[in-house]
Design a binder for this molecule. Structure first.
Ligand SMILES: NC(=O)c1ccc[n+]([C@@H]2O[C@H](COP(=O)([O-])OP(=O)(O)OC[C@H]3O[C@@H](n4cnc5c(N)ncnc54)[C@H](OP(=O)(O)O)[C@@H]3O)[C@@H](O)[C@H]2O)c1
Length: 321
């Protein structure tokens, strides 16, 4: 295909049709890579609560502010095959990555174009579906346990909501970086977390946060249920509370030393290359809850709300309904 014919070619993708509703369409324009970008044929992409929020219009003001007019507004992480040579990648390379939270293409489409710097080669050991389940979790966890925890005097962490999509990566990355990990999760997630190497696994239905006697250097709340006030008694001197969705009501935007502001804005191929080594060495495992066909996107989104599941939900173009 001649270069200037690209963009006239059509592709499938999910678009927002009615508030909160997604629809699979087949006549979207295939994106054309800008300078520094690479075109990827998506094989699999995961489903996150971001997708529900974006479909509900929660990010529309930001899309407008940044002049984003992409039809596809869901899908943060993916794995796929490079569709044409770029500076760093060759056509046919298997890659995976995380997009930009607001600007540019989103991954619930057959093709995306994005900055080369956002992706890395897919570890051979992982299927496309497994690889698509990783970037949000590992990049968020590195942000927490390297960047925000830098200068932390000790290495103990409590991860609240550890059995979910981010948590199943967070427990492993924290462990790799030398943290002693305690988790609060559903009963059904406890065995899976133990298998991922967590030593201290607590059931949030049996153990109230306020009853915990231990102190932690990092309290990461992925459940989005708790505030700085709830967690302050659990912090060591110099410890940090890091809420998954920082806002004024949970104290996550306060510029105090006991809060870490978490916001994963864009992909980072360099970090994924480091993650690849942990995967190849068998130190980091993926945790897939379910894989759906893109055609069954309603089921994938519905599954997000089911309590007690372990790990990530992924959609794949390879699967027929
Ligand atoms: N700021 C950032 O940069 C950033 C980056 C990535 C993700 N996030 C956010 O992080 C959050 C977590 O993402 P995720 O993909 O891991 O979501 P998820 O898969 O829904 O995981 C959330 C977990 O919290 C658990 N939970 C609910 N109530 C709890 C409680 N009272 N005590 C302990 N655990 C409880 C849930 O267990 P049940 O199944 O039992 O309900 C679930 O396993 C989301 O809100 C996401 O938007 C933020």
């Amino acid at each position: 295909m001649h270069e200037n014919m690209r963009g006239k070619e059509k592709m499938k993708g999910l678009i927002v049709k009615g508030k909160g509703k997604l629809r699979l369409v087949t006549d979207l324009d295939r994106p054309v890579p800008k300078e520094g970008e690479v075109l990827v044929k998506v094989v699999a992409a995961s489903v996150n609560s971001y997708d529900v929020e974006s479909a509900a219009g929660n990010y529309d003001a930001y899309f407008k502010e940044y002049g984003v007019d992409e039809a596809v507004r869901t899908g943060l992480e993916f794995a796929g095959i490079v569709a044409s040579d770029s500076v760093k990648f060759k056509e046919g390379d298997a890659v995976y990555g995380y997009v930009h939270l607001i600007t540019g293409c989103k991954a619930h489409a057959e093709y995306i174009s994005l900055p080369e710097a956002y992706l890395a080669r897919k570890p051979e050991r992982l299927s496309f579906e497994q690889a698509a389940s990783l970037p949000t979790g590992v990049l968020t966890s590195l942000e927490v346990y390297e960047t925000l925890a830098a200068g932390s005097s000790g290495k103990s962490t409590l991860i609240i909501g550890a059995g979910g999509g981010v948590g199943t990566s967070a427990v492993q990355i924290a462990g790799i970086l030398g943290f002693e990990v305690t988790t609060l999760s559903s009963a059904t997630q406890m065995k899976g977390l133990k298998n991922l190497g967590v030593e201290h696994v607590l059931n949030y239905k049996d153990v109230a946060l306020s009853s915990l006697k231990d102190k932690f250097d990092i309290v990461l709340d992925l459940s989005t249920r708790y505030t700085l006030e709830d967690c302050r008694p659990l912090l060591t001197s110099g410890g940090k509370f890091i809420p998954a969705l920082p806002d004024e009501s949970n104290g996550g935007t306060g510029e105090t030393d006991d809060v870490g502001y978490l916001m994963l804005m864009e992909g980072n191929g360099e970090k994924l290359i480091r993650v690849n080594k942990w995967i190849e060495d068998g130190k980091l495992e993926t945790t897939l809850d379910q894989i759906y066909a893109f055609e069954a996107h309603h089921n994938a989104i519905e599954r997000l709300a089911v309590r007690g599941k372990l790990g990530k939900i992924v959609m794949s173009w390879k699967i027929a309904v």
